[in-house]
Design a protein around this ligand. Structure first.
Ligand code: AMP
Ligand code: ZN
Length: 138
C-alpha cells in the first residue's frame, strides 16, 4: 500500500524509533504513547486488520507480543502490561494497517486503557448470541 504510513514505518522508508525487527515485523515506539515504552508491532506486509491476516502471521504476531511485551516490562521495570489490538473504526482503530499495542503499566501511572459499561447478560442476548455464534470447529 503506497499511501500507508505504517507500511513505510515497518519497512524503514520513514525513520522512526525502532526497538526490534525481524523478517516479518518491526516494533516501533508509538508517537503518542499512553505510557513510557508504549510500542507497536507492525507487520511489514499490509493487512488492514486481523480479519485479513493469514493465520500463520497472526500466530507469529501474538508470540512476538508475548516476547516483546515481557522484554519491555522487564527492561523498563514496569508493573504490568496491556496488549491491545483494535479492529475497525467502531473498535477504536485509527490506522488501518494491523498493529498490536504493547503498553507497559506502572504503579504510579494512569490505570485505565479500555473502559466500558458493564451490564448484566440478559436471557435474550445470551440466547441470540449462542444461537448465532456457537461453533463446533474453526
Ligand atoms: P489505533 O487507534 O489502534 O489504530 O492506534 C494507532 C496508533 O498509532 C496510535 O496510538 C497513534 O499514536 C499511533 N501512530 C499514528 N501515527 C504514528 C506514527 N507516524 N508513528 C508512530 N505511531 C503512530
Ligand atoms: Zn500498510
Amino acid at each position: 500500500m503506497s499511501d500507508c504510513i505504517f507500511c513505510k514505518l515497518a519497512n524503514g522508508e520513514i525513520p522512526t524509533a525502532k526497538l526490534y525487527e525481524d523478517d516479518d515485523f518491526s516494533v516501533i515506539l508509538d508517537a503518542n504513547p499512553a505510557t513510557k515504552g508504549h510500542a507497536l508491532i507492525l507487520p511489514k506486509a499490509h493487512y488492514a486488520d486481523i480479519t485479513e491476516m493469514p493465520e500463520e502471521l497472526t500466530a507469529k504476531a501474538f508470540v512476538l507480543a508475548k516476547k516483546m511485551g515481557s522484554h519491555l516490562k522487564e527492561t523498563l521495570e514496569a508493573d504490568g502490561l496491556n496488549i491491545v489490538q483494535n479492529n475497525g473504526e467502531k473498535a477504536g482503530q485509527t490506522v488501518f494497517h494491523f498493529h498490536i499495542h504493547l503498553i507497559p503499566r506502572y504503579a504510579d501511572g494512569p490505570c485505565i486503557v479500555a473502559n466500558w459499561v458493564q451490564n448484566p447478560l440478559s436471557d435474550e442476548t445470551r440466547e441470540e448470541v449462542i444461537t448465532k455464534a456457537s461453533v463446533k470447529a474453526l
